[in-house]
Design a protein around this ligand. Structure first.
Ligand SMILES: [Zn+2]
Length: 235
């Protein structure tokens, strides 16, 4: 068995697995985060409440105006009916009619403002509803994409687990111990590629010819004299 190439394959498989696991964790976290939709939904609901309130305010003012107008019509009807002849009572009806007319004018001003607020509420409700629809559609597309990514990553991780188990089972215990010892100390990168120019690709130091030859003769394990990693020659 050629130890260095095998350990290098193990390292690359484990690095890829770690990368996949990290990406999978991110994908799962993003899948579980529907806060954007929730925020847009809350805004749409709030806009709906504001719209209903504005509609109610308009309706109430319209009803009140109608009621005061009816009251004023009754007062005028009584005033001009000819049944009331007492001048004091007639004057009272006259001033009541005028008071009701002033009240109608105030209510109609209020109604105008309420109609403006209703228009604003309608615009805000339409915007919030459109935003919710947009965010929901984006989220659906995102969930579909992330679900596909999750499946791919899970498949890849399962395949890598198989490869890693196979490589480890084929290695002798001493090689596995050496690999793990160096992995802990070298940021999970215990094996470095030796370039054609005999440079350690991990630390950039030139490796003496004797050690490089040892690395090229794959039956032996050679170490970089600078970073102490196992040297692997590709090809
Ligand atoms: Zn090195």
């Amino acid at each position: 068995m050629e130890i260095a190439p095998t350990l290098y394959r193990l390292q690359q498989a484990e690095l890829e697995r770690a990368d996949c696991a990290q990406r999978l964790a991110q994908v799962i976290a993003t899948l579980g985060d529907s806060s954007k939709v929730a925020a847009a939904d809350a805004q749409a609901k709030a806009a709906q409440v504001a719209l209903t309130q504005a509609q109610t305010a308009v309706r109430e003012l319209e009803l009140e105006i109608q009621s005061v107008k009816t009251k004023r019509a009754n007062t005028e009807e009584r005033m001009f009916s000819g049944k009331v002849t007492n001048p004091k009572e007639l004057a009272g009806l006259q001033s009541e009619s005028e008071a009701l007319q002033r009240r109608i004018a105030r209510l109609e001003d209020d109604l105008l403002e309420a109609l403006i607020r209703l228009e604003e509420a309608q615009a805000q409700h339409a915007a919030a509803s459109a935003r919710l629809a947009e965010v929901t559609a984006q989220r659906e597309a995102q969930v579909a994409d992330l679900t596909r990514q999750r499946e791919e990553l899970e498949r890849r991780i399962a395949a890598l687990d198989g490869t890693i188990a196979q490589i480890r089972a084929a290695l002798n215990p001493e090689s596995v111990s050496l690999y793990e010892y160096l992995a802990r100390r070298k940021g999970n990168r215990p094996v470095a590629l030796l370039t054609r120019a005999n440079v350690c690709s991990a630390c950039g130091v030139s490796v003496p010819i004797a050690i490089a030859q040892q690395a090229r003769d794959r039956s032996q394990v050679a170490f970089c004299p600078s970073c102490e990693r196992i040297l692997h020659v590709e090809g």
